[in-house]
Design a protein around this ligand. Structure first.
Ligand code: ATP
Ligand code: MG
Length: 272
């Protein structure tokens, strides 16, 4: 596989380092996304290890709610990842257009992200960068979790990791306080995501990073009154300061907010 095998189409998105384009495989006609990372940037920002980990981890994953890494190759300048194409792009963009999601839409997305996270956690992988920019929407409103640049596979007998990573608004107290963290950082981020879906901005958003840090550390959570009581209950149960008190993902499907909205979700074909 090389760049010449593909017809390059429009740009789909830009990350801190990566540029992602829509591509068509010339021989098969298969449409995919290609993530291009310059080797020079990877070295300059000391991200070679992250990137190698991203590839190693994502190659192993097979799940309906996870953007599949189909292959990779490189030339003198760049490394290229061929990814399953998510037709509707970032959920972030849809949230901006709608400002807030209704309960049916939000609960459906949260349930799907939770499924993807359960699958990752079962394989001892922590995603560590859950946010609306990294959740993509495929053709039939199924979500595709993407961007494994910060994810890590941990050894269950030595669970605690210390690196600070991810996006400030989505960091849990233990990370802003530079303490050890484990799988439950993703449960926290799911709570932040649920709040952002229903309110339109993340819960600890403030004028500057310093204030946001402080609000996260105190779990200074104020849920607007218009948020459904059951949704507020789920958010509160995920945004627990004590990591071991956060709602386990296995309990999410039976949470009242999910149970009462589920009958209204669009029907999708699911292989999981
Ligand atoms: P970050 O700054 O979050 O670390 P990154 O450089 O790791 O970003 P990605 O988040 O993987 O890059 O991709 C950047 C953007 O490209 C995404 O936010 C999304 O808009 C788009 N994108 C990525 N993968 C796909 C895909 N499979 N299908 C459609 N669009 C995609
Ligand atoms: Mg990203």
């Amino acid at each position: 596989m090389c760049l010449n095998d593909f017809e390059i189409g429009k740009i789909l998105g830009k990350g801190k380092l990566g540029k992602v384009y829509c591509v068509k495989h010339k021989e098969s006609g298969y449409v995919a996304a290609i993530k291009v990372m310059s080797k020079k940037d990877l070295i300059e920002f000391k991200l070679e290890k992250n990137f190698r980990r991203e590839i190693e981890i994502q190659l192993k994953l097979r799940h309906d709610q996870i953007s599949r890494l189909l292959g990779f190759f490189y030339d003198d300048k760049n490394v290229y990842l061929i990814l399953e194409y998510a037709l509707h792009g970032e959920i972030y963009h849809h949230l901006q257009l709608k400002r807030r999601f209704d309960n049916i839409t939000a609960s459906n997305y949260i349930y799907q992200v939770s499924n993807a996270l359960s699958y990752l956690h079962l394989q001892n992988i922590i995603h560590r960068d859950i946010k609306p920019e990294n959740i993509l929407l495929a053709a039939d409103k199924t979500i595709k979790l993407s961007d494994f640049g910060w994810s890590v596979q941990v050894n269950p007998s030595n669970l605690k990791r210390l690196t600070i990573c991810g996006t400030l608004d989505y960091l849990p107290p233990e990370m802003v306080e530079s303490k050890a963290h484990d799988f439950s950082v993703d449960n926290w981020a799911l709570g932040v995501l649920c709040y952002e879906f229903l309110v339109g901005k993340p819960p600890f958003d403030d004028e500057n990073n310093q204030l946001t840090y402080r609000r996260i550390a105190k779990v200074d959570l104020k849920i607007p009154v218009y948020v459904d009581d059951d949704a507020a209950d789920l958010i509160t149960k995920l945004l627990q300061r004590n990591p071991s008190k956060r709602l386990p993902l296995a309990d999410l499907p039976s949470h009242p907010w999910i149970v009462k909205n589920k009958p209204y979700w669009p029907k999708v074909r699911s292989k999981n």
